[in-house]
Structure formats: structure tokens, C-alpha cells
Unconditional design. Structure first.
Length: 438
């Protein structure tokens, strides 16, 4: 999911087992209707550098849709800090949109509410069929063995962005391939008076994305095969300790970043304060902040050893945005037509170009516009070395509880309190206790 946001916290204390009631004003049995065939409401996630940027990107496309279909789309761009709360409230209040963006990591959790239209074969056929989408994107659309709860809209992967001039001044010839190399390069960078690596230590979702990747690199999972939380295994503890240790032990993440939650690390990188940044599809954001594409390079996220982006060397979660429909919308046909429009080849090229993301639609992804060197790194990562976050009903709670534990550990590091194996395990044990009982 896109992380140009503060994490949505607190929302997941609401029960995800409750069914939706009358969202979008549809029928009371949750089957949807076509009572309002000329209007749609659409909640878009904040993908650009600001909500105003998103409106400038999206409104011309919505006007195009209205001209073609006669259906007017009322747009609201919802900040990431509010989006999950808003969605969960809509599943119980009856006051929600017809169509909405969701972070792909939430797919299984929101699927469990029963609020979203299932994309069975019949519904997928209305938008061109399942085969239009790349496999990695479909892997984050809901629980395994169930019909997808949403369809992919934007695909993203994490990459290492590095400032070419800072690297040259420090005598570094190429970006680090391993974490040990990154720490070693960090000493050279600090000797030149620059910060090494930016992070969003107070952003719960950013924390989850990174510790998930570290856990994958340690061969560990946060959930057992039957979906039960397993946050205190040796591999998970080591992974979290290594990530927070980039601040606590290795000193490559500045202590002040423990308070970052609103993309300050991206701004620091764009302004030349920090040499490196781990981010999802950051090019459009950096451009909007005045950083020339020639000023930075893009490389795969480092791994523990070996070569990044090679087979089992996981260096990103499968990031992205999915498009969902509340299943009791009062414009079911229009909502389906809108999803078809937004995932059509033409719109996929326009929207993913605007957001420097990768189209999850195969035909659009193969377009020459997405064959730049920057996109090559992201596409290769998605194809070879990205893993989907757990598609389990408790995934949203997992993001909040473990992400908050990592936030607290960063706060400990920034305050000079020791971050040890024991303290990491204690925080993770507390997080596991906060998960729903099985």
C-alpha cells in the first residue's frame, strides 16, 4: 500500500467481523441495486504529494468517464491517516461510497467484514477477466481460496533511492547491495556531514512494511500456516531488532526520524539532507518537491547477503492500491463500469504515469512508457523478489499492533534507551496479546 501518509491507528479495534449495512444506499439485504444510475461516490487514496495534486490528476479522468457514460462521479481524496477508519465506519454506519481505493494489505481484513463486492468470475468478466492482471498484484486482493475482494489499480515496490552527488563526495562508487555494505557506506557519508538513511519511525504502516521484509530475509513469518499470530519467534525478533538497530546500533538512521510520520524522510532526501531513502515508487513525489531525476539513482533494497532482487532474496512487500466496490451500492452497474474504466489500458497508462507507479494490468505494464531504468528496478522486484503481506483477516490488527511496537522501539532508540533482544521480544509479545483471540 502507498505510504505517503501517517499510519491509520486505532481503527482496527473495531470488529472486522461485522457485515456492512446499506453502504452507498443500496438494498438492505446487501445485494446492491441500480436505484441511482447516474451518480457514483468515489473515495480515492492520497497518492500524490498532496490532496490537491490528486484532484488535478483524477478530476479530468472522472470528467472523461462522465462524458462517456453519463455517470457523474463525486470525488473525495481521503488522507491515509483517515482512510481505514473511514472505511470501517462505513461498513457499520451505512454511510459510505460506491467505489473506493484500499491499501492492498487490507484486502483480506476488509473482505472479512462482508462489505465489499466479491470479484467472482462473472464480475471479473465484466471488466475483461482475471487474465488482464499480473499475478503478483492479484496475490494481494484477498484471502487465498476466496474470490478477490478488490481488483488491482496501482502496483508499487520498495527501492533504495540514493543521492548521486553525496555518494560521489563520499567516494562510494555504487549503491549498497547488503545491509552491512549500507552501514559501512554510512560511515563515509557521515564523515562528509550528511545523514545516511531516512525512515518514518512513527509511521505504523511504514514500520510494518520494513519489518515484514526483514522477517522474510530472516526466513520468518508473523503468522503460522493456519493464520495465528507468531510475533515472538527468533526470526521475527531478530528481524525487528535488525531494522530498529539501524538507528539504535548502527546509527545510520537519524534519531530525529523516530518522530517522522508525514513523509519528512522523503522531503529530507529531496532537499539533499539524507543520502538514501527506502520508499515505494517515489519518483513523482521527488519531482513534485523539486528534485531532478538526474540527481538520484534507484537500486533494489539491500538484503542480508548475496544479490538483491534475485529469486528468494525478498527485498520488498508487494505494494499497491486496489479498487473495491461496496457490494450494496445503489449503482452496481455504474460502479462496475467505473472499475472497468479505471483498470482499462488507457487509464492505467495515464494514472500510473502520473503517480510513477507500475500498472498491474499486463498490457499497460508492457507499454514503452514503463520501461525506464527506474521502472525496470520496480518491475523486476515485483516479478522476482517481492512477497505479499499475510492475506489473513487479522492483517489490519497486525499492522497496528506490531507497527506500534516498532514505533515504540524507535522512540526508545531515540531516547538513548537500549534496544535489546529482550526488549524487542517484550514489545512483540505485548503486540501479540492485543490480537483477537482465536
Amino acid at each position: 500500500m502507498r505510504t505517503i501518509r501517517a499510519a491509520a491507528t486505532g481503527a482496527v479495534v473495531m470488529s472486522l467481523a461485522l457485515a456492512a449495512t446499506a453502504c452507498g444506499g443500496g438494498s438492505t439485504d446487501g445485494g446492491g441495486s441500480n436505484d441511482s444510475p447516474k451518480t457514483l461516490t468515489y473515495w480515492a487514496s492520497n497518492q500524490g504529494a498532496s490532496i490537491e495534486v490528486d484532484k488535478k490528476v483524477l478530476q479530468p479522468e472522472l470528467d472523461k468517464f462522465e462524458k462517456r457514460t453519463g455517470i457523474k462521479v463525486k470525488l473525495e481524496v481521503v488522507p491515509w491517516s483517515d482512510l481505514l477508519n473511514r472505511i470501517l465506519t462505513a461498513t457499520t454506519s451505512g454511510q459510505g461510497p460506491d467505489v473506493l481505493n484500499i491499501g492492498n494489505t487490507w484486502s483480506a481484513s476488509l473482505q472479512a467484514t462482508g462489505a465489499l463486492l466479491p470479484w467472482n468470475d462473472a464480475n471479473l468478466a465484466k471488466i475483461g477477466g482475471k487474465g488482464r492482471f499480473v499475478a503478483s498484484a492479484l496475490g494481494s486482493t484477498g484471502a487465498q481460496g476466496q474470490d478477490p475482494a478488490a481488483v488491482p489499480l496501482y502496483s508499487m515496490a520498495y527501492a533504495l533511492y540514493y543521492n548521486k552527488q553525496i555518494f560521489a563526495d563520499a567516494g562510494i562508487a555504487q549503491p549498497p547491495a547488503t545491509w552491512a555494505e549500507l552501514v559501512a557506506d554510512g560511515k563515509k557519508i557521515q564523515a562528509k556531514g550528511k545523514q545516511v538513511l531516512g525512515a518514518e519511525g512513527a509511521n505504523v504502516a511504514e514500520n510494518i512494511h520494513h519489518v515484514f521484509v526483514f522477517a522474510e530475509q530472516h526466513g520468518a513469518d508473523f503468522f503460522t500456516a493456519d493464520g495465528k499470530p507468531d510475533f515472538t519467534s527468533d526470526g521475527v525478533v531478530s528481524a525487528v531488532e535488525q531494522y530498529v538497530g539501524l538507528m539504535a546500533k548502527d546509527k545510520v538512521i537519524p534519531q530525529g526520524n523516530a518522530e517522522y510520520a508525514q513523509n519528512q524522510s522523503v522531503s529530507d532526501f529531496a532537499k539533499g539532507k539524507t543520502a538514501m531513502l527506502l520508499w515505494q515508487s517515489a519518483s513523482a513525489n521527488l519531482t513534485s518537491q523539486g528534485m531532478s531525476a538526474a540527481a538520484y539513482g534507484i537500486a533494489p533494497v539491500p538484503v542480508r547477503s548475496g544479490s538483491p532482487g534475485a529469486g528468494a532474496q525478498v527485498n520488498s512487500m508487494v505494494a499497491g492500491i486496489n479498487l473495491a466496490v461496496f457490494k450494496n451500492t445503489d449503482n452496481l452497474d455504474g460502479a462496475t463500469e467505473f472499475v472497468k474504466f479505471m483498470t482499462g489500458d488507457e487509464e492505467q497508462k495515464i494514472l500510473n504515469t502520473a503517480y510513477s507507479t507500475i500498472p498491474p494490468v499486463a498490457a499497460a505494464q508492457s507499454d514503452a512508457a514503463f520501461n525506464s531504468p527506474a521502472n525496470a528496478v520496480l518491475k523486476d522486484t515485483l516479478a522476482k523478489s517481492a512477497a505479499a503481506l499475510p492475506q489473513v483477516a487479522d492483517e489490519s490488527q497486525f499492522e497496528t499492533t506490531v507497527g506500534t511496537a516498532v514505533k515504540e522501539l524507535f522512540a526508545d532508540a531515540a531516547a538513548g534507551r537500549a534496544v535489546t533482544t529482550e526488549s524487542v521480544k517484550a514489545r512483540l509479545a505485548k503486540a501479540q496479546q492485543q490480537m483477537p483471540a482465536k
